[in-house]
Write a protein that binds this ligand. Structure first.
Ligand code: KIV
Ligand code: ZN
Length: 521
């Protein structure tokens, strides 16, 4: 190429993140408003084009989250989901109206199996629904996305008629989801190529992929859909989502960046935010990331075998196709000890991407000092776990104050727990089948409730026997599920904090129907 020849412009790919909608729909992944706002903030800062912030008609909580995210976001388009029902569309329009750029995303099923068993409607009736609902959405807002749910199991002729009708009524984005994770890359690519070629007004809309990972093909299918002409990819951080999850945003972004020779597209997302976004979503959802997960897994850049290590020392490119720092992985650094001052701590937080208000900073610093007293080396990961915990629990009305546990072979194990419930201190003793059970029974003695434990998971934040334990607890009550996390060098204290955090989240959800559902006894 000569000097005055320019590199051909690459086609832009819009990244549509649905962590807060499809991701949050996975059982147990529900998040608080504060967590959703934090996640939306990082998505907005990292260059995600569209954030699907929730399903406004689903609950007041979802409505509030979509409205607040609409107010807060500076760069991204904010979308809300709506079924093909007037009330859904109107509620969604209300929620996104505060956004600088809002979008109504409405959908209806198009496959024969959904039409027959789920909707009991004919093809012609569904076409009428599309015409009516897309037009209604378009009357409220200029940016309307329409999705053909179960598109990959819809006969092509009918799918084309639906798409044409949606575009005619004003849809500006057409999403053809692989709702059940059934398609293959070739099939999906061909479907887009065919629909785009056959629908006469296809040039008036952007086409979008949306893939579920039931066969482990979500990312491959998404990229194949792009090869077939789609220019928007719907995905989630960590691949969070219904059943086996959605296509993982970090994998899509890094595939496009790393293999620009084979995937000649432009995507605005700054990959340096990926690690932080992954940790934030894992923390809020309670869905920890598997160690060998591409891009954001703990082992994604670890080289254990002798041959690999030897190669890496000679030249990192021998075994590394991406650099860890490109995706925001920092070399683990020994941060500070108990003599470190507030200023150094504040600087460290800034470096790690946290900006805390004065009160939160004060509390985090106090906990850091406490941690440094108990733990020889305090690493970045320790600070991250500590601050994330502090942020998650700052607004909670019920807190663990102190815990003493008598454990060992003798049994029964006993826990003596003091908690602050709405500003009043309560202490109770309880026994149990092991120290964790005794601790949870003590919590139940202070705050009686009938939530059941669905998940209890512990992992170490760093190496060593003095490492902080990070515990996830998932509780279920009256069909609602909430996950809490707690971190401490003492696994039982971390367990109590995680349990109480999950309980607080459940209480927030229950308070709408039953104010004061969780009260101290
Ligand atoms: O998987 C799916 O079909 C969806 C639609 C609502 C877009 O999530
Ligand atoms: Zn989906």
């Amino acid at each position: 190429m000569t000097d005055n020849q320019q590199t051909p412009a690459k086609d832009p790919i819009r990244i549509f993140d649905t962590t807060l909608r499809d991701g949050e729909q996975s059982p147990g992944a529900s998040m608080t408003l504060e967590e959703k706002l934090q996640i939306a903030d990082i998505l907005d800062s990292m260059g995600v084009d569209i954030i699907e912030a929730g399903f406004p008609i689903a609950s007041n909580g979802d409505f509030e989250a979509v409205s607040e995210i609409s107010k807060q976001s500076k760069n991204s388009v904010i979308a809300g989901l709506a079924r093909a029902i007037h009330a859904d569309i109107d509620r969604c329009g209300e929620a996104v109206k505060h956004a600088e750029q809002g979008r109504i995303h409405t959908f209806v099923s198009t496959s024969p199996i959904h039409l027959k068993f789920q909707m009991n409607k004919t093809e012609e009736q569904v076409l009428d629904i599309i015409t009516d609902t897309v037009a209604r959405a378009r009357n409220l807002i200029d940016d309307v996305e329409w999705s053909a749910m179960d598109a990959t199991r819809t006969p092509l002729d009918y799918l084309c008629r639906c798409v044409e009708a949606a575009i005619k009524c004003g849809a500006t984005t057409i999403n053809l989801p692989d709702t059940v994770g059934y398609t293959t890359p070739d099939e999906y690519r061909q479907m887009f190529a065919d629909v785009i070629a056959r629908v006469p007004n296809s040039d008036k809309a952007i086409f979008s992929v949306h893939c579920h990972d039931d066969l482990g093909l979500a990312v491959a299918n998404s990229l194949a859909g792009v090869a077939g002409g789609a220019r928007q990819v719907e995905c989630t951080i960590n691949g969070l989502g219904e059943r086996a999850g959605n296509a993982a945003l970090e994998e899509i972004v890094m595939a496009i960046r790393t293999r620009s020779d084979a995937l000649p597209y432009d995507c605005k997302v700054d990959p340096k935010f990926l690690t932080r976004a992954s940790k934030l979503v894992a923390g809020a959802s309670g869905f920890t990331v598997q160690y060998n997960k591409a891009i954001v897994g703990k082992n994604a850049f670890a080289h254990e075998s002798g041959i690999h290590q030897d190669g890496m020392l000679k030249n990192a490119e021998t075994y590394e196709i991406m650099r860890p720092e490109d995706v925001g992985v920092k070399a683990t650094s020994l941060v500070m000890g108990k003599h470190s001052g507030r200023h150094a701590f504040k600087d460290k937080l800034k470096e790690l991407g946290f900006e805390l208000g004065d009160n939160a900073l004060q509390d985090a610093f106090r906990r850091f000092k406490d941690l440094a007293d108990r733990k020889k080396h305090v690493y970045d990961e320790d600070i991250e776990a500590l601050v994330e915990n502090e942020i998650a629990t700052a607004s909670e009305s019920t807190k663990v104050l102190s815990l003493t546990v008598i454990a060992g072979t003798g049994g029964p194990q006993k826990a003596i727990l003091t908690m602050d419930v709405n500003g009043t201190h309560h202490t109770r003793e309880a026994t149990g089948d092991g120290p964790v059970d005794a601790t949870f029974n003590a919590i139940k003695a202070i705050v009686p409730h009938d939530a059941t434990l669905q998940l209890y998971q512990v992992h170490a934040v760093t190496e060593g026997t003095d490492a902080q334990a990070e515990v996830s607890v998932r509780l279920e009550a009256n069909g609602r599920i909430a996950t809490g996390k707690g971190a401490d060098t003492d696994t039982l204290v971390a367990s109590a904090r995680a349990y109480v955090s999950a309980m607080n989240k459940l209480a927030v959800r229950q308070s709408a129907d039953n104010p004061g559902a969780l009260k101290a006894s």
